[in-house]
Write a protein that binds this ligand. Sequence first.
Ligand code: NAI
Length: 430
Amino acid sequence: MPKLPSPVNEQIIQFIGGKIQVPDQPVIPYIEGDGVGPEIWRAARQVMEGAVELAYQGKRQILWKELLAGGKAFNLTGSWLPQETLLALKTYHIGMKGPLTTPIGEGIRSLNVALRKELDLYTSLRPVKYMPGAPSPLQKPENVDIVLFRENTEDVYAGIEFESGSVDAQTLVTFLQERFPDSYARLRFPSSSAIGLKPISREGSERIVRTAIEWALHNHRKSLTIIHKGNIMKYTEGAFMKWGYALAENDFAEQIYSMHQWKETAQKSGEAAANLELEYAKNAGRLIIRDMIVDAAFERAIIHPQDLDVIVTTNLNGDYLSDALAALVGGLGIAPGANINFVTGDAIFEAAHGTAPAIAGKNIANPSSLILSSVLMLRYLGWNEAANLVENGLRKTLASRHVTADFYDQVKNATLLSTSEFAEQIIQRM
Ligand code: NAI
């Protein structure tokens, strides 16, 4: 994809030799989003600006550049996702965005999925960590410290779907009937079946598993769990698991211990010997690689969340799991996310939730999700001082039981704040 003519080169974030180079005054594009987007964006921006100012006393500053997407773009330009927005995100490498509306069951395809696909943002990074003061259905929510890596470009999200009754769906059904009669026989109602395809490639699986392993090693985490539904979808989800183990064992042999190896030792020398090997690997600080069927992972996350550390999974599993995990630590209002291509460096930081239409425009949404996404972005820039200020400000605000409406009923003796008041409290407590 071509890039926009560079406006002022010294204000552009660059990736040289795989390393990010950030000028003191980088231009960072943002899309405010639909629904609650504009109000949570205003709050997050205010908090970021407060933190950057406090941390660097004017030496560093973000130069925000608005890009259009979603409803605002459609109203102003007639396009839901103008080409210029994509070009600018490519040019400036990093962006922030609020949620964008996607119609269900009809209409335009998801703009979020389109952005991830166009920029090949193959990693969805979703950290889920409890902050004292946030409501939780768990008895010991402090046990939740999970970092989820979701593959972001493949799976049923690739958008290869054919509508029931369409010529395309019928063509595929006829093709199955002629070429793959066994598969055709599995279609319960062939003439009215809608058909979707689930592509999972080796390259796509390997790059997300590699990213998750490198992140886990860099951050001294204890285990990485490959989550899949390989018992049912053997050649897609099952392959994701197999390729993941193979990559870990081949490319990180010295740094990891895989449960695959454990099984081999157990078969050869018995479980006691395998357990000893595992203990040894743990004591040596190796990253333990194991796998779990996705339904079991949901159960485990609720009953023993401390068993899940770093997780890597396919696109749809990751979508479901990340919202469920968010519910353990307060819900969607406090669930940050980043979409990153670790090869090109391109990244979009966003709230994990949607446009929350029922509460939009009322100044009551919780901006924590986008605020925590801004922490991820500031750390990505290497601006850790500002990131720490934002995180501490949010932590102290929650700990003092100052909360937005989504938390209010669930937290005893809480003080109810609007979206903008919540942002002000964070800034005051930095
Ligand atoms: P949603 O995430 O907008 O809302 C689900 C529930 O969480 C609602 O009860 C909502 O009020 C609550 N909620 C969400 N964010 C909140 C916040 N910041 N503070 C307090 N409560 C919050 O999901 P829904 O309703 O399924 O989707 C609405 C629209 O958003 C759809 O068009 C959907 O496609 C889109 N969407 C966009 C995403 C994105 O831009 N990344 C992600 C998910 C959905």
